[in-house]
Design a binder for this molecule. Sequence first.
Ligand code: NAP
Length: 284
Amino acid sequence: MTRTIALLGHPVSHSLSPAFQQAALDATGIDARYEAWDTEPDDLRIAVERLRSGDVLGANVTVPHKVAVMALVDAPDAVAERAGAVNTIVNRHGRLEATNTDILGVLRTLDAARVEVHGQRIALLGAGGAARAVILAMHQAGAARVTVINRSTARVSALNTLAVEGLDLRYAPLDPADATFLGAIRTAAVIVNATPLGMTHGPAEEASPIPAGMLTEAQVAFDLVYTPEETPFLRDAAACGARPVGGLGMLIYQGAASFRLWTGIDPPVDVMFAAARAALAARS
Ligand code: NAP
């Protein structure tokens, strides 16, 4: 029987997951189809119920359903509870177990790029869902301080509920004229962009969240945006001598962790990277 793995989101047509997950399924000889199910918020409950069927291995969950789906699964694990969001569901004989592999995706990306965050200061631009995963990953990796830099304050306040004991979590406005902004960027070992600035079809394709020329050779610039792979933020960072780390790794490593949960098999991440890059190239 051909099994199904679903992607629940809205919209989902832009997602790279079907391309690289199907490539990994094919490469490992697993008889399964990875399908994008475009699911409006009102239809989420019905879509989640479909996951209980015997031919479904599980699902990925993406924007805007990551939080709402928590209440619809049977067993969100401790990681999902900490994040307050689910990105992976596993169907175990009709019982839906759920977790969040985004945190692992951040940790594996930093690990693969040999970026040391233990005891370091981090400047994090953005305070949305992706930023939450970054904060939890930095806490887990033993970062000393994370300064969240955001345009507005509403989402920043919501971060206070995160369980990050021992992490010095601070805030600064997204304002290059502000002293706390400048101090946070200058003293950070790693500067992370978790805003859509610089993203193709995003609010400002040519924009970087920080002014050009601010970084140094001692710093790492980690952009969660992966379309394009070389963003304005990463380009500016490289021009300063700082080390650029792109967002494609986070996408692939979170997907690889989900794949392992659905199938019990370690996926070939090189195949996943190649398929994702081919899908990106086909679009541009
Ligand atoms: P989100 O929950 O909507 O949060 C967006 C954040 O960006 C908010 O802090 C928002 O600030 C800020 N922002 C949005 N537009 C802005 C603008 N024009 N100027 C300044 N700040 C702006 O989104 P998300 O899910 O966290 O995703 C953020 C980015 O990460 C996206 O580009 C997404 O593609 C990327 N991402 C990558 C991966 C990966 O696997 N590599 C995974 C998840 C997300 P306000 O609070 O002021 O609105």
